[in-house]
Design a protein around this ligand. Structure first.
Ligand SMILES: Cc1ncc(COP(=O)(O)O)c(C=O)c1O
Length: 354
């Protein structure tokens, strides 16, 4: 820390060291990306957009907005775009956590990082013994903004629409944020996006990084009633009016123009996920029932760090969590191609035999 850093900060940034390491020829099964490269049409669109990089990008992402609004069945004014959904989350912590925040104790680690950064008083609500969110635990929260990832990360477990409605109904003074980064891998109609028309205290966060295979382009969005969307957009225009660069806008539009490809990718991942889950169970792994593009697993006899190290030695990177202790024996495995999964299973069969 330099002597110039504002003393109000006690920074606890996201640790990217493992991700950087995994870029050196490893199978990347640690960051929940999809293994499918962009289409030739998308690459062409991005190239064309680069021809006008001398101009600022469209601050309203109009073409993208029109296309996405039609696909999501919401109004254009109910959408806000972010440089990845992480930026949206930052806007939400900036804008709406004056009375504090609440989120599960085991969930996306960025929430705690952002809460600390913004000096937000946060409450971490324990998952139950089956790693599930119990809606009854989300009561009397004094107007704190509630963040729920659905399906949750890293567990992959999904909360029903009725349970989410229950949380919304029992917290009329709170804004409820549902982070649906992985919802496309769940059963159809698992999203609560349509409820933004019914509930004026709901915001839904989504990303192009997972099911739409654009993690490197950095594009996410939020859907909420016009009033909330305007607040977020005002924050965006205050700190980063041109937050979505022209090439990313072109990439996003190209992905939306090829929904068939997206659906095909999603179905493939779901099939490989369910097959991998069964095969892991056959060799003694406990595997939670995932509705996402990853599996949360532990072995009955071998501890989590041993499994992580064994795979790493074979150039396969998965995600190991040392903290909190409750999940120290678990690993999170991103679903890759069928071949990658087969390769990983072969290594695990050897590890289990020893
Ligand atoms: C639950 C959840 N929300 C948001 C994000 C951020 O995604 P991005 O910033 O790539 O849109 C992630 C990334 O892994 C995530 O797991």
């Amino acid at each position: 820390m330099s002597r110039f850093l504002n003393s109000k900060f006690n920074l606890d940034p996201y640790d990217t060291s493992e991700e950087l390491e995994s870029m050196n020829g490893y199978d990347r099964l640690n960051t929940n990306e999809l293994p499918f490269q962009p289409s030739a049409d998308l690459i062409k669109s991005v190239g064309i957009s680069a021809e006008t990089l001398n101009f600022y990008s469209d601050p309203d992402c109009l073409k993208l907005r029109e296309k996405l609004a039609a696909l999501m069945n919401v109004k254009k004014s109910e959408i806000v775009f972010g440089n990845g959904s992480d930026e949206i989350l930052n806007f939400l912590f900036t804008a709406f956590c004056g009375r504090g925040a609440a989120f599960p104790d085991i969930t996306y680690s960025f929430y705690k990082i952002l809460a600390k950064f913004h000096g937000v008083d946060f409450l971490q609500i324990p998952l139950d013994e089956n790693f599930r969110i119990n809606p009854d635990d989300y009561k009397n929260l004094g107007g704190r903004t509630i963040f729920i990832v659905n399906p949750n990360a890293p567990t992959g477990l999904i909360l029903s629409l009725d349970d989410i409605k229950k949380i919304i109904n029992q917290n009329p003074e709170s804004l409820i944020i549902i982070d649906e980064a992985y919802v496309d891998f769940a059963e159809e109609n698992s999203s609560v996006k349509d409820l933004i028309h019914k509930y004026k205290n709901l915001a839904v966060v989504r990303t192009f990084s997972k099911s739409r295979c654009l993690a490197g382009a950095r594009l996410g969005w939020c859907m909420a009633c016009e009033e909330i969307a305007k607040d977020i957009n005002d924050i965006k225009n205050t700190v980063a009016p041109y937050n979505i660069n022209a090439m990313t806008q072109a990439a996003g539009l190209a992905v939306l123009e090829d929904e068939e490809r997206t659906q095909k990718n999603i179905n493939l991942i779901k099939t490989v996920r369910d097959d991998t889950k069964n095969k892991l169970r056959e060799i003694g792994f406990e595997v939670l029932d995932s509705s996402a593009n990853f599996l949360f697993v532990r072995h009955e006899k071998i501890n989590g760090s041993e499994i992580f190290e064994a795979l790493k030695r074979r150039k396969i990177m998965i995600r190991h969590f040392n903290k909190p202790e409750k999940i120290a024996d678990f690993n999170r495995i991103t679903i890759g191609t069928a071949e990658q999964m087969q390769n990983m299973l072969e290594v695990l069969r050897e590890v289990v035999k020893q």
